[in-house]
Design a protein around this ligand. Structure first.
Ligand SMILES: Cc1ncc(COP(=O)(O)O)c(C=O)c1O
Length: 425
């Protein structure tokens, strides 16, 4: 496979952009691969600048549940651009998308739009602190909630590839109110609540962890968190930036029947544009300025193009049968993949249309288990697939995704290739 133009592009980019990329994992360092530069994408495929076509299971990190370049979304976006691209003044589109979110997600009474998942989570935490008048935030090792200072503690995703899973450049004082506990460990949560319960503003988590690879919460974990937060007057925040509109129209909270106080959304709701949102009970959200004392703002928040893409996407996802079709297709893929990995010291964690293969002989239920898996073998697997024009999410700490656009025939071909490559690594 020729990759000379990607190589050239990377060298050129590295002159002007740190590491040649605008988000670290794109450099593919943890899988020992040279970065790809993309020229276009359509459906489940993207094409690199050398003209190689890849079947995509990363899909812009979970954004494209409908596949890339969706015709309906694009048509609406093209029409919207003709009306101007930003006003800094409210539009009807913001209310329309807000209504769609509130009608789709059980816990939402009011939402506010921002431009990234990082902002959504950061703002949700601020409003939780404002509402409760408390400081402490409990998070879980390996969950990633964007790159706000106080949440970069034992974080997953690209941060997981740094030693200590935390970033430099953050004063210790900024993280002193953040406690990070092992995922799926309710006993640890109980101990922390016994000690600090009345000072805990919120517990935040990915209701299915995806940034240390997929880890599905154990049954009692989420319900335990719901109960204990209620008992102590703390808020429960679901970071549904990945799981929102992925696991169901109403996200993980609908799938598991657990109602958080606040939630954050991103990725899918922007339909490929920079839109994210946070929301929850009206009495909490009304703490936000201009109604209340918690400040939060954004020049491009509720951008009309992003709102248009979001509205079109959510309307398509709301059509009857969308999630059951995606679920059935994913189940078939997962069942066949399970057969392929049998006896190979590989663990397949999955739910709905998201999955991760861990190269491990032990169960993966928290960040420690993930760190003890064979990330070198994952890297070899990733590199083998890329040479076969298959692009999984490029780190042992990430989830891969199935979209509406993957056909059963394509998925079968991919499975054949995986089977063949696993024999070699
Ligand atoms: C669960 C979760 N929360 C927050 C974020 C941050 O979102 P963004 O990259 O849009 O800032 C991400 C990004 O991957 C995420 O997966």
């Amino acid at each position: 496979m020729q990759r000379t133009l990607s190589e050239k592009a990377y060298n050129e980019a590295s002159k002007y952009i740190p590491g040649g990329v605008n988000s670290p994992v794109r450099a593919l360092l943890s899988v020992g691969e040279a970065p790809l530069f993309v020229s276009k994408a359509d459906g489940v495929n993207f094409t690199d600048v050398d003209g190689n076509v890849f079947t995509d299971f990363c899909l812009s990190w979970g954004v494209f549940i409908l596949g890339h370049n969706h015709k309906t979304v694009n048509k609406a976006v093209k029409a919207a651009i003709d009306n101007g691209t930003s006003y800094g003044i409210p539009t009807l589109l913001e209310t329309q998308l807000a209504r769609l979110l509130v009608e789709s997600v059980p816990s939402l009474e009011k939402v506010r739009f921002v431009s990234s998942g990082t902002e959504a989570v950061m703002s949700a935490v601020r409003v939780a602190r404002g509402f409760t008048g408390r400081n402490i935030i409990v998070k879980f090792d390996g969950c990633y909630h964007g790159h706000a200072d106080h949440l970069l503690v034992s974080a997953g995703s690209g941060v997981a590839t740094l030693s200590g899973s935390s970033s430099s450049g953050i004063p210790v004082d900024f993280t002193k109110h953040t406690l990070s506990l092992p995922y799926n460990d309710f006993e640890a949560v109980k101990i922390v609540f016994e000690k600090y319960g009345n000072d805990i503003a919120a517990v935040i988590l990915e209701p299915v962890a995806a940034n240390m690879g997929v880890i599905v919460p154990e049954k009692q974990f989420l319900s335990g968190l719901r109960e204990i937060t209620k008992q102590y007057g703390s808020l429960l925040i679901f970071d549904e930036v990945i799981t929102g509109f992925r696991l169901a129209l109403g996200g993980a909270q609908q799938r598991f029947g657990i109602t958080p106080d606040l939630s954050a959304f991103g990725k899918i709701i922007g339909g490929g544009f920079p839109a994210a949102a946070f929301g929850g009970r009206a009495e909490i959200m009304d703490m936000l300025s201009p109604n209340g004392p918690v400040y939060q703002a954004g020049t491009l928040s509720g951008n009309p193009i992003a709102m248009t893409a979001g509205i079109e996407t959510i309307q398509l996802l709301s059509q009857p049968g969308f999630y059951s079709r995606l679920e059935t297709k994913s189940e078939t893929f997962i069942a066949e993949l399970k057969e392929i990995i049998k006896g190979k010291d590989i663990v397949l964690n999955h739910i709905g249309s998201m999955f991760t293969l861990f190269f491990s002989d032990h169960e993966i239920r928290n960040f420690n288990d993930v760190k003890n898996s064979d990330t070198e073998r994952f890297a070899r697997f990733f590199r083998a697939l890329i040479r076969e024009n298959i692009y999984f999410s490029p780190s042992a700490y990430e989830a891969s995704f199935i979209s509406e656009a993957h056909t059963e025939v394509q998925l079968k071909q991919v499975l054949q290739t995986i089977k063949k490559e696993l024999e070699k690594i």
